[in-house]
Write a protein that binds this ligand. Structure first.
Ligand code: HEC
Ligand code: HEC
Length: 418
């Protein structure tokens, strides 16, 4: 099968408005489904069952226009934010604390362009981290620094019994798998994310999770998403065009320098190079050894992805993220992880490519402009934020001018739209 045929099948998965006969939604609660609002049988909204298709929440290519420019694979506004695991919202402020307490997670959709490059960078980082872990195991008692593609993930030390002390690991899970997807950095691959997205938003259950012939959500439909359909969906999402950088004028070039000097680039790493330009897809996936069970390889320097190649034969992925989690301070913290409160403050560095086209900003979309997004940085980013604040208005505008050159592709997925 040619790649565009796989992409087309995945595009259909992404854009189809599923119906009950396809397995959309869950069955009654007593047979394994989620409750629905007033028992309507179809929607819940505050814990998924919140739309009929992927594209419903990934359809804005540019917010730099009125009305916004729509297209497949983009982000979405506040109205499409996911409300994850909500049990209570204090709408009337009964507790009198001055705000509507909320115990779920409010998460604004983000654009999916260039996702293949992100996945490839993360995969190579994981491979290197696993090598460093082997090095530590081979030399018990000697600390090994986890520096990968210029990003410092702390250090580990092994003992003679083969235990690895991960207490000083930073910004990545203790299993040393880089998980670039999800605003908290929880998913290693788009495939893993998609399994969750299908179930959470649409009540569509992948066979690879619930089993062949099993109707886990009790809606009378089994085999709602086959392994092949999920592979096509992953290939579609990860072979989309990458975001682009428009030509910079003088102000934008000055802003790019400020981006480095202010320390923004310390987390928003402008570009990362890969060793390979091929993204390989595996099934079943093995996080700690992503090179196993490969069924397809795609050259990400070819169209539609169109990444620039490096002299070393890899690609350059200008995503402006270190793929590391950071403490963003109490202001941005969520109120969800009761057992591990620190997790509430941590987010993976947002990718800034395409940022000029993807307002609103931050995990819950609370920042309506780029300026607001920067002002709301705290925690590890407090110093960079304060230095930005101390700039003259002209200086701040230069930085914004630079960010405004980071754009989404103009007409993404044209190859399958025809
Ligand atoms: C109700 C809106 C909504 C729908 C429907 C939806 N998404 Fe999303 N999508 C989101 C939100 C919100 C996020 C950020 C989630 C997070 O951080 O955990 C996201 C993130 C993603 C990501 C991770 C991107 C990244 O860089 O971190 C992928 C991949 C994705 N969605 C694919 C899909 C697919 C495939 C479907 C259809 C099965 C889908 N989405 C349906 C709202 C939605
Ligand atoms: C300590 C690491 C760190 C530093 C330093 C940092 N950021 Fe961020 N930035 C993040 C993280 C993490 C997020 C995501 C926060 C969230 O989702 O709530 C983010 C989000 C953003 C966003 C919103 C993007 C979006 O799509 O929602 C913008 C814009 C941004 N940063 C710009 C900057 C600029 C400009 C600077 C320098 C003044 C800077 N950042 C410094 C970590 C950092």
């Amino acid at each position: 099968m040619a790649i565009w045929q796989i992409r087309q099948a995945g595009f259909k998965m992404f854009t189809t408005r599923f119906r009950h006969a396809d397995g959309f939604g869950d069955g009654p609660t007593e047979s394994g489904g989620r409750p629905t609002l007033q028992g309507n049988g179809t929607f819940l909204r505050v814990n998924g069952l919140d739309s009929q298709s992927c594209v419903a929440c990934h359809d804005v290519v540019s917010t730099d226009a009125v009305p916004v420019i729509t297209g497949v694979g983009g982000s979405a506004g506040i109205g499409n934010s996911a409300m994850f695991m909500t049990r209570a919202i204090d709408v009337a402020d009964f507790s009198g604390n001055g705000f509507a307490a909320f115990d779920g997670r409010l998460i604004n959709p983000l654009a999916l362009f260039g996702a293949g490059g992100v996945q490839l960078v993360a995969k190579e980082m994981t491979q290197r981290l696993q090598e460093l872990k082997q090095r530590a195991l081979a030399k018990p008692g000697i600390p090994v620094r986890l520096r990968v593609k210029g990003v410092d993930f702390g250090r580990i030390v092994a003992d003679a019994q083969g235990n690895v002390d991960t207490a000083e690991v930073e910004g990545v899970d203790a299993d040393l798998v880089v998980r670039p997807f999800g605003r908290k950095g929880e998913f290693a691959t788009v495939r893993q994310f998609d399994v969750g997205a299908l179930m959470f938003h649409l009540g569509m259950q992948p066979v690879e999770l619930v089993g062949e012939g099993v109707d886990a959500d009790g809606d009378g439909v089994a085999n709602e998403v086959t392994v092949g359909e999920l592979s096509a969906l992953e290939v579609f999402v990860t072979t989309q065009e990458r975001p682009v950088q428009r030509p910079m004028d003088r102000a934008a070039r000055a802003g790019a320098r400020r981006f480095r000097h202010l320390g923004c680039a310390g987390c928003h790493t402008p570009g990362m190079a890969t060793r390979s330009r091929y993204l390989s897809y595996s099934y079943p996936e093995v996080d700690t050894d992503p090179s196993r069970n490969v069924f397809l390889r795609v050259d990400l320097s070819q169209l539609p992805s169109g990444f620039q190649t490096t002299t070393g034969g890899g690609i350059r992925v200008p995503m402006f993220s270190d793929l590391k989690r950071h403490d963003m301070g109490p202001e941005l913290a969520e109120d969800f992880f009761a057992a591990t409160p620190q997790q509430n403050r941590e987010f993976i560095t947002a990718k800034l490519w395409g940022v000029a086209d993807s307002a609103p900003y931050l995990h819950d979309g609370r920042a309506l402009t780029l300026n607001e997004a920067i002002l709301l940085h705290g925690g590890e980013a407090q110093a960079a934020r304060d230095t930005y604040m101390a700039l003259s208005v002209a200086g701040r505008n230069e930085l914004i001018a630079f960010l405004s050159t980071l754009r989404n592709p103009r007409s993404p997925n044209a190859d399958v739209l025809d």
